[in-house]
Write a protein that binds this ligand. Structure first.
Ligand SMILES: CC(C)(COP(=O)(O)OP(=O)(O)OC[C@H]1O[C@@H](n2cnc3c(N)ncnc32)[C@H](O)[C@@H]1OP(=O)(O)O)[C@@H](O)C(=O)NCCC(=O)NCCS
Length: 334
């Protein structure tokens, strides 16, 4: 059995900075509420016409990751693309990325696990390397969420949280001690509607959306049962992390850097406290980017690496919880 290692990291965020004060011009909210409840100070949103889409931002992040891995698109055997906000209803954004850079006709797999998307995508790519089927896989998380948000006061509980951005990594067959030690993945579909965007879908296809357009129907916007999601998140995050650590005979004290999905600063602080971890053991950048769903872990990992907070041999743990519900962890010897 082969092992896989992370050989390159990259990220891209749109230029436009949206502050909490700007949001208070659209809805009844304020900087203090958003900072206290979520930790978010600003987020990046695409501007219509700036050329940024889920796939084009992924391409920008991927180019950087490839360069840092010392590889070209021709070296990549597969794309695994995690997003909840694909460019199109279909096909997925993976094939659009395949077309944007100079890849061969390699497979492009789209992962639809929302906030846990990157943890699932990394675990999936790891399996293809472990079996020996592929040597280099591009794993991407990219989201353009802002155009789909309800910016009226009705949507304030969820719309202040989300940001746009992309992150990518190259996963390669390991030549040394670096490896993905384990992946643990879970789902609980009975709570599918607690954090969801139900329409359009097969029950309400886009055609119906156009024909029966009702400005007072909010089912086309994301919905979140905030408190319910929060309570499950603070249970599932530590559970998934401990499941991964236990499987490797490790403890929270062994972690050099925990990179949680950037859901909410309060959730990350709760997890840190529950696991008894020090500030320097946890990566938080939600303050500047908001919750970028499938992109949040690769963006945070790239920033941590750029800041020198991830070094060869470090024990890195990623963990996520979100819509589905889905959750999981990856334990990585970097
Ligand atoms: C969304 C979240 C920040 C809300 O925080 P909360 O402390 O639970 O707040 P509540 O939803 O109980 O709302 C408290 C009050 O603030 C109000 N409020 C909600 N959003 C607001 C906003 N943006 N600005 C100002 N007030 C707001 C509510 O209407 C409510 O008012 P009321 O008491 O008069 O009814 C929190 O539930 C959360 O973090 N949930 C999980 C988020 C998450 O991780 N999502 C992604 C999954 S990965």
């Amino acid at each position: 059995m082969y092992k896989s290692e992370i050989t390159g990291l990259g990220m891209y965020v749109p230029e436009r900075i949206v502050t909490n004060d700007e949001l208070s011009q659209y809805m009844d909210t304020n900087d203090q509420w958003i900072r206290e409840r979520t930790g978010i100070e600003q987020r990046r949103w695409v501007t219509p016409g700036d050329g940024n889409s889920t796939s084009t931002m992924a391409a920008k992040a991927s180019k950087i990751a490839l360069e840092r891995a010392g590889l070209t698109p021709k070296d990549i055997d597969m794309i695994v693309f995690a997003t909840l906000s694909p460019d199109y209803y279909f096909p997925g954004s993976g094939v659009l990325l395949q077309d944007l850079l100079d890849f061969d006709n390699i497979p492009a797999l789209d992962v639809r696990n929302q906030c846990s998307g990157f943890v699932y995508a990394l675990a999936t790519a790891d399996q293809f390397i472990k079996t020996g089927m592929y040597k280099n896989i591009l794993v991407v998380g990219s989201e353009v969420q802002s155009p789909g948000l309800d910016l009226s006061t009705r949507g304030r509980g969820i719309s202040v949280i989300f940001g746009d951005g992309a992150g990518a990594l190259v996963l390669s067959r390991s030549k040394g001690d670096s490896e993905i030690l384990s992946n643990h993945l879970h789902s609980q579909g009975k709570y599918a509607k607690e954090l969801s965007n139900l329409h359009p879908g097969c029950n309400v296809p886009p055609k119906k959306l156009v024909e029966d357009w009702d400005p007072n129907d909010f089912s086309y916007y994301p919905y979140m049962n905030g408190n319910f999601v929060f309570k499950h998140a603070v249970t599932r995050f530590p559970e998934a992390i401990m499941e991964g650590l236990n499987a490797n005979n490790l403890t929270p004290a062994d972690i050099d850097l925990l990179i949680p999905h950037q859901a909410n600063l309060r959730i990350s602080q709760f997890v840190q406290k529950k696991l008894g971890m020090k500030d320097e053991q946890i990566m938080n950048n939600i303050q500047r980017y908001g919750n970028t769903t499938a992109a949040s872990i690769p963006i945070a990992m790239t920033e941590a690496w750029e800041q020198g907070r991830i070094k060869k041999g470090d024990l890195i743990v990623t963990s996520a919880f979100g819509s589905g519900f889905t959750w999981g962890s990856n334990i990585i010897r970097f």
